[in-house]
Design a protein around this ligand. Sequence first.
Ligand SMILES: C[S@@+](CC[C@H](N)C(=O)[O-])C[C@H]1O[C@@H](n2cnc3c(N)ncnc32)[C@H](O)[C@@H]1O
Length: 229
Amino acid sequence: MSSEIQSMFDAIAIRYDFLNHLLSFGRHKAWRKMGVALIPFSGSDPVVLDSCGGTGDFLYDLSQTRSIHKDSIVGDFSSEMLVQSQKKYPELKILQLDALETPFEDATFDIILNGFGMRNLDSTFAGLSENFRLLKPKGWFLTLEFFRPQNPFTWVFYKVLGPLSIPFIGSLFSGRKSAYSYLLKSIVDYYSVADYCDLGCQAGFKINQTRICFFGIAHLVLMQKPNNE
Ligand SMILES: C[S@@+](CC[C@H](N)C(=O)[O-])C[C@H]1O[C@@H](n2cnc3c(N)ncnc32)[C@H](O)[C@@H]1O
């Protein structure tokens, strides 16, 4: 499964940002900015991992609000997504990696970001556990994700309007209809935000807060690794 996802992102990388912008009506930028503003990290120059970082926007947005450590990294298993990141943000370090099995030692990072990546992992719990391992005690994990629809608006959006429009628009601009059909399926089949928070707690995190983005189209979830771990 993960090699299919990797090839899919390699194939759409060049159009990813444009389509992200089009399909979210530009809202994804505001959601990332809102997310990075929630992180109450009080030290200086956090070491940050943008896990499933794709074209690098999440780490870049954080770097615009505070100075980050030079070892901060955009990590992704799609080399083509990382090429796009490097083109846009040559100042950000990139590393090709599998978010489920990273090459880093325990307690390497102060902050981990994950924008729209957790849903793509073979195991969300394994991804949460790996992030837990990588964080220093009191470290922060911020997720921005499309969760399983839970209200009438998101239900109609993802189950009626989305299937009628998103694969068509995706196919028109990227030539990859299947990638955008997969996007919808992966959302309606995914965890609800409440179930995701429960999994985070099972992995050892404490939930700090969740935020609704655009009536529930997306959510931000901020978790912290306790001090005693
Ligand atoms: C929807 S894109 C999100 C990119 C970026 N974080 C953003 O906010 O726009 C999901 C990314 O997750 C990456 N990804 C999926 N599974 C992964 C894994 N197991 N390890 C590393 N990256 C993965 C994909 O290559 C893709 O770049």
